[in-house]
Design a protein around this ligand. Structure first.
Ligand code: HEM
Length: 260
């Protein structure tokens, strides 16, 4: 009897534990996505800035040749993010409507109640679904081609490799999902409730909308910059960017078109 009771206590703790893991992986991924957007948007400061960001993430400062880095480090970083991404999605699937009938009932309740937090939960389900497919494609490419990240290589991927439609949809989904997710986490765990939770939650909602707009606008400008470079560079697809200050120091193989 005692054993049965302790088993039931253990079982009843499982949903709370899974909820905690979902929140923790969501928090890490949400913060990662803000950092990711800031790094990717370095292209807005020019080709050279994006080049330095990409090379620094490959730890090129450890190499004697500044044009040479260790792309395997990017592969490991992507593997870590991919792991969190899959765990987070796997835990979220538990809460999805599991049949078309359930989905229809949920939608009709949603229309009837007009409850804002229920609506944003639904947005999370839809954007999460989109991200799972499109995000997996992007992560797989980053993981297997870590050496092809740079102003020209990335822009070629946008335009010549036809990744732009995927990136555009993913950008809108990820920025909505990320900011809503972080907002819901803060509300759920009462991080910023303070002494006046009602007014503080209103401020938090305002901040959420502001951050979503900021990252979507930044993302669209970044998107436009890569597309512009990709179009201009279409005839030289495959050529690597090397800052003029480094061409004299670069080993000849670093200057060779990477597709030849
Ligand atoms: C460590 C993991 C990741 C790395 C190394 C990475 C790297 C990059 C790079 C280099 C770009 C520029 C385009 C290109 O080279 O193809 C990019 C763009 C983008 N990434 Fe990631 N990424 C990672 C994870 C993610 C995740 C998890 C998501 C969302 C699920 C995501 C969404 C996007 C989007 C939407 C863009 C386009 C941004 C824009 O157009 O403004 N990335 N990423």
């Amino acid at each position: 009897m005692e054993q049965l009771l302790s088993e039931q206590v253990k079982k009843s703790r499982t949903p709370a534990r899974l909820d905690f893991y979902q929140s923790a992986t969501g928090l890490i991924l949400g913060l990662f996505m803000w950092a990711h957007m800031l790094l990717v948007s370095s292209i807005l400061l020019g080709n050279e800035s994006m080049y330095w960001v990409a090379k620094s993430l490959e730890a090129s400062f450890l190499s004697k040749d500044p044009t040479h880095g260790y792309p395997i480090l990017v592969t490991f970083a992507v593997l870590g993010v991919f792991f969190l991404f899959i765990v987070h999605a796997g835990l979220a699937v538990r809460k999805f409507p599991s049949s078309w009938k359930q989905h229809r009932v949920f939608r009709s309740h949603m229309k009837m109640m007009k409850h804002k937090d229920t609506n944003i939960w639904y947005t999370q389900v839809v954007t999460g679904f989109i991200m799972f497919f499109f995000g997996s494609v992007h992560l797989y490419i980053m993981m297997t081609h870590p050496d092809k990240i740079g102003p020209y290589a990335s822009s070629d991927r946008f335009v010549s490799d036809w990744m732009w439609p995927l990136y555009l949809i993913l950008l809108l989904a990820v920025e909505a999902h990320g900011t809503i997710g972080l907002y819901r986490l803060a509300v759920k765990w009462g991080w910023f409730d303070g002494k006046n939770p009602v007014s503080n939650r209103k401020k938090l909602k305002f901040l959420k909308n502001l951050l979503a707009i900021f990252f979507i606008v930044l993302g669209l400008f970044t998107f436009a910059a890569y597309v512009k470079i990709g179009i201009e560079h279409r005839d030289k697809q495959g050529e690597r960017y090397i800052p003029s200050s480094l061409t004299s120091q670069a080993k000849p193989e670093a200057l060779i078109n990477y597709q030849s």
